[in-house]
Design a protein around this ligand. Structure first.
Ligand code: BTN
Length: 245
């Protein structure tokens, strides 16, 4: 990405040619006192990380890999909501380019049945790092993700400027991260409108093992609501959610 990018205050761009992981690099800066609003973009990540210890594959020049540093003033218990804010922001940025976007709770970003973007939120003592990976103009994916991944270019049939997508995500995020306390209903509605799990029978992993049930949507606190054999459950966290039917 070479073009200049306009961000709202206090967001500011920092670019690196190559890092291990933008989340790790930004965490080191956060520990040294970097202020809220730093946006670290890497042309290439040599150790991009996904959730649950997965590797995040990104093609230099074709995809976006960046992390945003926040020092939220809201109570720590509300910080996980930033993951939802990030998902909605990415979805809206892609929609500005003409895509029809879904959110697989909590914050995988889908076009059709495939993943176009992923988000990794990590907290420190007094900061949060929101890492975002987006397949923008990717055309060929590594074999292990080829059947489940897509890109904006594949879906829209046109190249999209990385700088435009980055600017749109940060601008939407600047607005939505203020809604994790007051205004959370508005944010949740935007997740609900795009929730790809609602109405489906799903399987998911919890600490108690694999479970199944009908997804009834998203509760007012942002939890996924599942009706299983044992009744209604509100999930704060669940891994490996799969749509069965
Ligand atoms: C996921 O869906 O598993 C989350 C993927 C998050 C990838 C991004 S790329 C920028 C930032 N740096 C990382 O190492 N990971 C995140």
């Amino acid at each position: 990405m070479r073009a200049a990018v306009d961000f709202p205050e206090p967001y500011r761009l920092m670019m690196r040619e190559e890092v291990g992981s933008t989340n790790d690099e930004l965490r080191a800066l956060a520990e040294q006192g970097a202020p809220s609003g730093f946006v670290l973009v890497a042309h290439r990540q040599t150790g991009g990380r996904g959730r649950r210890g997965a590797v995040w594959h990104a093609q230099p020049g074709e995809s976006l890999a960046f992390s945003i540093l926040l020092r939220p003033t809201e109570p720590k218990g509300l910080w996980p909501r930033l993951a939802l804010a990030a998902g909605v922001s990415v979805a809206e940025a892609l929609e500005q380019q003409g895509a029809v976007v879904g959110i697989k709770w909590p914050n995988d970003v889908w076009i059709g049945q495939k993943k176009v973007g992923g988000i990794l939120v990590e907290a420190g003592a007094d900061y949060v790092i929101v890492g975002i990976g987006l397949n923008v103009n990717t055309q060929i994916f590594p074999e292990e993700v080829a059947s489940i991944a897509t890109s904006m270019q594949i879906e829209l049939g046109k190249k999209v400027a990385l700088s435009d997508v980055l600017a749109a995500v940060v601008s939407q995020f600047a607005m939505h991260c203020t809604q994790i306390n007051e205004g959370f209903e508005t944010l949740i509605d935007r997740v609900r409108q795009r929730c790809v799990l609602s109405g489906h029978y799903v399987s998911y992993m919890t600490a108690g093992g694999q479970q199944q049930g009908w997804c009834e949507g998203i509760a007012s606190g942002g939890e996924l609501t599942i009706r299983g054999e044992e009744g209604l459950r509100h999930l704060l966290q669940a891994d490996e959610i799969r749509i069965l039917r």
